[in-house]
Design a protein around this ligand. Sequence first.
Ligand code: GLY
Length: 471
Amino acid sequence: MFDKSVYVRRRKTLVAKMAESAAEGKRGIALFVGNAEAPAQYKDNCYKFRQDSTWLYFFGIDEPLFAAVIDLDNGDEEIFADDVEIGDIIWMGPQPSVASKAALAGVEKSSPYGALDNVVSKALAAGRPVHFVTPSRYYNTMKIASLLKCNDAEVAGKFSLALTKAIISMRLVKEDCEIEQLDDASALGHEMHTVARNNIVLGRVEQEIVGRMEAVTLAKGWGVSFPTILTQHGETLHNHLHDKVIESGRLMVIDAGAENNMHYASDFTRTYPVNGKFTTKQRDIYQIVCDCNELAFKLTRPGITYREVHLKTMHLMLEELRALDIVRGNLNNMVEAGVAGLFMPHGLGHGMGLDVHDCEAIGERSFDFSEIAEQAAKSGTCIQRSTWRIEPGTVMTDEPGIYFIPALIDKCRAEGKYKGIVDYEALDAYRDFGGIRIEDDILVTESGSRIIGDRKIPVTVEELEGLKSLF
Ligand code: GLY
């Protein structure tokens, strides 16, 4: 855990933000439900426990079955969890009291888990708003439903937009103590990628590389920050199959990251020619992705909109694809028409922090942004987080890619899409190319941006082809 002052300060800021946004009348209570254990086969054989990220952010206690309420009218805070009894002690050993754990988070009052029901019921009976964010686990949905005395299906519609926005506005701007953790997760991610790269050997099964790579973060951190993508079929964006034998001439996409013991994430992607040298065709496409990755990094600074970074990067991608005679025409028109989405059907990046896709679980992407929708002007590009503010403390990935996805190409061709722009005949030569993605993690600083971590994973063609340890 961080020092308790971190959690105390965050909760005070949250209460102040909620006061600003409160309509006339009662502010109500904010309800936080931490995660419960999730049985894998039977109730005492559970999946590895992962705490809810919003809970971790405000309370830090990394244990199941904790909840809390903050009274937004008077600032009172209370944690709810059960002390262990003899049955637990026999199986788990002696445990610190809930009160002492609450004290580590700077919360003075604690009560048994079951007492939460009374507190929420009283608030409801008094007509006070009960604010909560969209739960990401089904247990939490059921718990909130039982507290609110509604059906599970109704919980999603009752989430608090004010609380969600307040929390996202805080979590998206990283504090110094968080940046240290992200640097730490990055070091682990860097080591994972080094191990993976050094284990690319023709004839080896992909899974063996995955195992060796994931061992790094299991040995020193919490584990992986998302299911590893390691594949010679990078045209499938999230390919979690690792059953292929490494085959001469292929490209291998490795998209993997670490979660450290404080649950901060890293997320890196590199693409390697499995023989150690690119073919001319591979090098040409790789260089475009590399240039886009570099441009997005250079453009990222406080004040620029995410949309602008995205559009300028797509402009460069199309310009370089045009030089290869894959597309033709006016670049602005191509960007406007969304041609880049044929080659890169995903966003240029995402926020990162306690979640590898930070705050997406509570709706960073999906809740109603209608009041700022004007900014999300119609654009031909794919996912756009135009509502993002790029400001000092923003942490985001920079992950352009080019993929030749036969099914998507065929669909667009059959529909006559991008006619006169995309040379579909030229694309026939890329049907078994696969895909290329390059990804770094960026911290926006006061004057520009820096990569997270103290070293970049080798990325240029020269660096990759010159690596002695590779192959
Ligand atoms: N790097 C995996 C993802 O962004 O989902």
